[in-house]
Ligand binder design. Sequence first.
Ligand code: G3H
Length: 544
Amino acid sequence: MSVSTESLTQLFPPDAAAIPEAWRLPAPLHQRQYLLDGALHEWTGPVQEVISPLFERQADGSLQPRVIGSYPLCDEAEARKALDAAVRAYNHGRGEWPMMSVAERIAAVEKFTRLIVARKQEIVQLLLWEIGKSAADSNKEFDRTIDYIRNTIDALKDIDRDSSRFTIEEGIIGQIRSSPLGVVLCMGPFNYPLNETFCMLIPALLMGNTVLFKPPKHGTLLHFPLLQAFIDAFPRGVVNTVYGRGSTVVPALMASGQIDALGLIGSSRVADSLKKMHPKSNRLRAILGLDAKNAAIIMPDADLAVAVQESLLGALSFNGQRCTALKIFLVHERIADEFVRRLAVEINKLKPGMPWDAGVNITPLPEPQKPTYLAEIIADAEAHGARVMNEGGGTAAGPLVFPALLYPVQAGMKVWREEQFGPVVPVARFAQTEEAIQYLIDSDHGQQVSIFGTDSQEVADLIDQLVNQVSRVNLNAQCQRGPDTFPFTGRKDSAEGTLSVFDALRSFSIRTVVATKMTEANKHLLNAIVDGQESSFLSTRFIL
Ligand code: G3H
């Protein structure tokens, strides 16, 4: 298909009949309830309209934004009530939830999982409509989240089994376990609104914390079907929602000093300012997944077929809206022209369309200002000497933007350093490998890198230098977070703390020891507590 604004416009549905039945929204969802202290409360104040990026095509060919619902724009007072509920439920670590045994907490999370699996269809449908993620990827996000929860439960059982023994060292006997941190504020991103929120929220809950949960700006309504499940599965006040503009509801929470851990996947600018609002910085644990500008370094002897295929996936899966996306390509000058030629061909095989279209690759973008921003960075690169190398690259119809391959990109262009988080693929040339390494050294980000090459010595040299710049070096493969058992973190402005099935359990807890000198009296005391099953913490019971 040749790409033009008209051809892209034609991809939007003119009416409901053009939408497959399985993906038709039954009616707009005007959410007025929010979860506070174990009950759904009615909100009568201002609301935020939710506009789907899946616009409606009009008879005159224009595209009309489609309102698919609205949600409460709660105020600071409401946010404080949510905080009070979470603080009460934690009760300085003496609440029902933090005092519960690990096995009981696991049972509650298992119940929650059963309840949300039953609501999969509604959740996935809202996910697709709110952020324009393809049907296949929306389903995948849901399934991956459920797998993540189940794997996290298994990891916690393993940790608990390992901790159920006593350690004896230097005449001291102790039991080492993990305890909750307190009240956790969880804020997920719009690109994985379900998965990345739950990658923090579930481990935080399993470790005995109470939670304030603020849904992302886009990808909010899909959490509504989950609210009743939170009520049914957890004690009162353990999970509370905070709906509203971040700038209205979050500062007061941080300034209260009562947030013990901030779990945020979003921008480093926001994370930085929120951390500074906390009056007792040493008391705040931050687990952050932030900006990234992952580079691909393509060596002269790279297998170009592999490099092009992985680059395509790395740069443009979900329209490039992944923190792990490849956001700049540094290609050896000997093969740069050929790499660009082949990549342009592959980009133009991608299928733009609506998320329910079979085999669709490029879908409308949920951030309203993003198409304008992308046009600006493309124009800026062109003004500084780059060209759009693929036919129709950068063409837009409303929120649908066809990917632009920019070449040759160089320092001084916006796209050289800015995280585009969208379908723009910048390619730069290098003559000496040192130039590519220097790019990473000078970067504010340090999440991942991809190296494409076949010379073992050269690849080994690059590995040894780049492992001290980023947190994951991918060989002849795109950057990615998975498998979810691998540690996911970053250096510099890209992350704080580590997330993974296992690491997140550590991140949202603190190692705690009960220890005593090995005297006869103390041995007798420990045996009495353990034999009589008198303590939840000090125990040798196994979770099977
Ligand atoms: O947005 C950032 C995500 O953590 C990326 O995850 O590599 O699985 O797409 P992914």
